[in-house]
Design a protein around this ligand. Structure first.
Ligand SMILES: C[S@@+](CC[C@H](N)C(=O)[O-])C[C@H]1O[C@@H](n2cnc3c(N)ncnc32)[C@H](O)[C@@H]1O
Length: 274
């Protein structure tokens, strides 16, 4: 870091930013110590001090092997979702299929499906992906991320869950992955204020079966078996109060299911095998 940039970090820390975030912003906006970029840096610091998430200000963020473009049209990909990708890769390794077909329901920025494609590619496995979202804005971001990382074996489908998927795909998927909205409306105010900057349609789901925020998960679990191959697997993220509900719904749908904690020890990842 140049002397100019070190001075800028000090300036932002004095304004109230954490040192780590101040460094990120300086490296992003003034990479070569260019004084003309300082105006943009100060504008970015003000946005951050007003509470806007750093990821939206910077406009991209690392997720496993990828650097994903992110903006206010998509959820900021979370570390626990990186764990979900690891679980999905283990399930694919267990299935041992040579050219898996994957469905990502509620793809957002493309975080789950695109990182699966990228990591499988680096293992010499040519997978194909169908990426679904009901938000056309999110699909536009995911499409840009696919191009950015030269991931071309992807079809983007505008659909509410399975509704507008081509029926020719019934029974064809090896793996369905999802991180659907699972926060109940009543729960939102208990959570991090950063959520207020994210698309509410990516976060909040109606209650179902007496469980807050469970409706989208219930829909996905109930319909997934029809779209999976006989040995296919559904791997889905869920809320930390939804473990029993996802397991009950999976058994009712005919799955052999178990559920995993995330690294923080919270119930988080459903693995439902047909
Ligand atoms: C929690 S975000 C997950 C985004 C991304 N998969 C990730 O993990 O970062 C949920 C996504 O589901 C999408 N979504 C919400 N309701 C949907 C529906 N009925 N059908 C398809 N997608 C939906 C939202 O637009 C959003 O992109």
């Amino acid at each position: 870091m140049t002397d100019v940039n070190s001075d800028l970090v000090v300036e932002l820390v004095e304004l109230g930013l954490e040192r780590r975030e101040a460094r990120w912003l300086v490296e992003e906006f003034v990479p070569g110590g260019d004084r003309e970029a300082v105006v943009a840096l100060r504008r970015a610091a003000t946005r951050r001090l007003d509470g806007e998430p750093l990821q939206y200000i910077i406009g991209h963020w690392p997720f496993r092997s990828l650097d994903l473009d992110v903006d206010e049209r998509v959820l900021i990909p979370r570390p626990e979702t990186e764990e979900l990708v690891g679980v999905a890769l283990s399930e694919l390794a267990r299935l041992d299929v040579s050219a898996p077909l994957i469905l990502d329901l509620g793809c957002g920025s493309g975080a789950i499906g695109l990182s699966l494609l990228d990591e499988l590619r680096s293992r010499g496995i040519a997978a194909s992906l169908v990426a679904v979202d009901e938000s056309r804005d999110a699909l536009a971001v995911a499409r840009r991320n696919a191009l950015k990382h030269h991931l071309h074996s992807v079809s983007f489908v505008h659909s509410s869950w399975f509704e507008d998927l081509d029926v020719a795909l019934v029974g064809r998927f090896d793996l369905i992955v999802s991180n659907p909205p699972y926060v109940g409306e009543g729960e939102l105010k208990e959570l991090d204020p950063v959520l207020g900057y994210e698309p509410q349609g990516a976060l909040v789901a109606p209650d179902a079966s007496g469980v807050a925020g469970f409706e989208d998960l219930a829909t996905i679990i109930a319909h997934a078996p029809r779209w999976l191959k006989p040995a296919g697997v559904l791997v889905s993220e869920h809320g930390d109060r939804q473990r029993q509900a996802v397991l009950d719904a999976s058994v009712a749908a005919g799955f052999d299911a178990h559920d995993l904690d995330d690294i923080a020890g919270h119930p988080r990842i459903l693995v439902a095998r047909r």
